[in-house]
Design a protein around this ligand. Structure first.
Ligand code: ADP
Length: 488
């Protein structure tokens, strides 16, 4: 099959979170299985160019319609870990992709609407006729709309679209001007069955367009699929998803074991696996050394996260004090887009300056994240909601025991050491329900207690997590089944 993946992110060259890992991991899995896969991305100025091999001009002078003008673009081609990538380079006066960042601009909707149109224009003009276009999140929600409203009639006749929802918290709700901008007709689309936002009747909802116009819609875990259809986690889209139930399902994400594998990882000082678990101690020592923590008979509790409301920042904050009070060390790697959250964590960082047991690194650092997973004993993920969550799966692979709230993909991948209907070999962490400090303590307290009092049992939990198969193998097959189903 010929599959085109369209996304705002792809790890490691343009990654803000799990979406980047998803695109990289699934695309590689699909190509390993013999499919022709190409990833389309904006050519951001902040791409990690050092990780792209053989960058060449692939298509010169692609002219993309935009309002009543044409914008001059080039398309470049390069490979990332063997994955074929096409980069849309625009020469617009607005410099859409030359902003020093991936997201967070006031005209993000315009930037990604333009990108969506440019991808289809590129496919059309270069004679590419994919069997499947796989789009992701609100940024590419216009792709299926443009395909069915414009490009199907121009020659992209047999292409089918799969659309994956990674986070209902960001839907791309914007004025109807966005439709005119890319050549669509607002009077056709600003109706409830199509793109009108369910709550704001003057706005268009780009994610809703993606859902309505795609041939199949997925989200990143079965539990989140249920939550967004039946609870307020759907953030207003419950009715739309229920209406389109026949073409909707949850597929649990995998993680790429070529990137996240303690037996092969080149970012950590000592590789290890379930059969050489004592070697993990070398990484724990290295982590302490790197961050200036003391050597002591204490577990390291960690957090690797965007510091966003979604991630339960108030409980992360409480977890720091609770862990320190209970004789643990605490390591946090996170970046906060919200200035108030950022200021709050900087305050805690300053407060901990003299501590030999606590370190907060308020930045984005891919390499350090590997060392934290490899050196930590536990990882704390007290999310308000979590579509899938990769950090619990990565941490488990590195023998760090997850302590998580029972939501979304966390509930699909973490099975409680004490309270689970799973066999003992499948229990791998701790869960709590209440989004309160008491809730968090009920799980973190049990994990810390086990580390100090029953080390053999704690070791067994680590091994259970390391042996769990969270690779892309199963989800890769599930996506191929979905693609085949759409083509039939
Ligand atoms: P989300 O997509 O909501 O941010 P996920 O758990 O799905 O959360 O994915 C997070 C990914 O981003 C993981 O690969 C994690 O290691 C990485 N990550 C998050 N914060 C940081 C950070 N500050 N530095 C390095 N990597 C980070």
């Amino acid at each position: 099959m010929y599959i085109v993946m369209v996304s705002a992110e792809c790890a490691p060259i343009a990654k803000a979170g799990g979406l980047g890992d998803f695109v990289h991991g699934l695309s590689r899995e699909l190509s390993i299985r013999g499919n022709e896969v190409e990833v389309f991305l904006p050519k951001y100025d902040v791409l990690r160019y050092d990780r792209i091999a053989g960058m060449t001009k692939y298509h010169r002078d692609l002219w993309v319609p935009y309002y009543d003008q044409w914008i001059h673009c080039d398309v470049e081609y390069g490979e990332v870990d063997g994955l074929k990538c096409c980069f849309i380079e625009e020469h617009a006066p607005e410099a859409f992709f030359r902003r020093g960042k991936i997201y967070g601009e006031s005209d993000d909707a315009d930037r990604f609407a333009f990108f969506s149109r440019a991808v289809l224009e590129c496919l059309l003009k270069s004679g590419k006729r994919p069997d499947i276009i796989h789009c992701n999140d609100w940024q590419t929600g216009l792709v299926p709309v443009l395909l069915y409203e414009i490009y199907q009639n121009l020659g992209l006749t047999n292409t089918r679209v799969c659309y994956t929802l990674h986070n209902m918290g960001h839907q791309g709700i914007v004025g109807e001007y966005i439709l005119r901008q890319v050549g669509l007709k607002p009077d056709r689309l600003m109706v409830m069955e199509r793109m009108l936002d369910p709550h704001n009747h003057r706005a268009v909802n780009l994610m809703k367009g993606g859902i309505v116009f795609s041939n199949f819609v997925t989200t990143v875990s079965p539990r989140y699929a249920w939550e967004i259809q039946h609870t307020d986690q759907g953030m207003g889209m419950q009715g739309v998803l229920q209406y389109h139930d026949r073409k909707f399902g949850g597929v649990l994400n995998g993680i790429d074991y070529c990137v996240w594998n303690p037996e092969l990882d080149t970012h950590i000082p000592q590789t290890f696996g379930p059969d050489s678990l004592p070697n993990k101690a070398v990484n724990k020592r290295a982590l302490r050394e790197r961050l200036g923590l003391q050597e002591a008979f204490k577990p390291i509790v960690s957090v690797v996260s965007r510091l966003d409301h979604q991630k339960g920042v108030h409980l992360i904050r409480h977890g720091i004090y609770y862990a320190l009070k209970n004789d643990c060390q605490f390591v946090l790697l996170g970046s906060a887009p919200d200035p108030r959250v950022n200021a709050d964590f900087w305050r805690i960082k300053h407060e901990m300056e003299g501590s030999s047991d606590c370190r907060l690194e308020l930045t984005y650092d891919e390499e350090l994240s590997h060392l934290i997973y490899a050196g930590a004993d536990m990882i704390l993920i007290p999310s308000v909601y979590e579509p899938c969550g990769l950090t619990q799966m990565i941490a488990m692979k590195y023998g760090a025991v997850p302590i998580v709230r029972r939501v979304g993909g966390l509930a699909d991948t973490v099975f409680d050491a004490n309270y689970s209907n799973k066999a003992f070999e499948e229990r791998n962490g701790y869960l709590f329900d209440d989004l309160t400090e008491a809730g968090l303590e009920s799980a973190l307290g049990r994990a810390i207690g086990l580390w100090f009092s029953f080390p053999d049992y704690f070791r067994q939990l680590r091994v259970n997590g390391m042996r769990a198969d969270n690779s892309w193998n199963h989800p890769g097959q599930q996506y191929l089944d979905i693609y085949n189903h759409m083509r039939a």
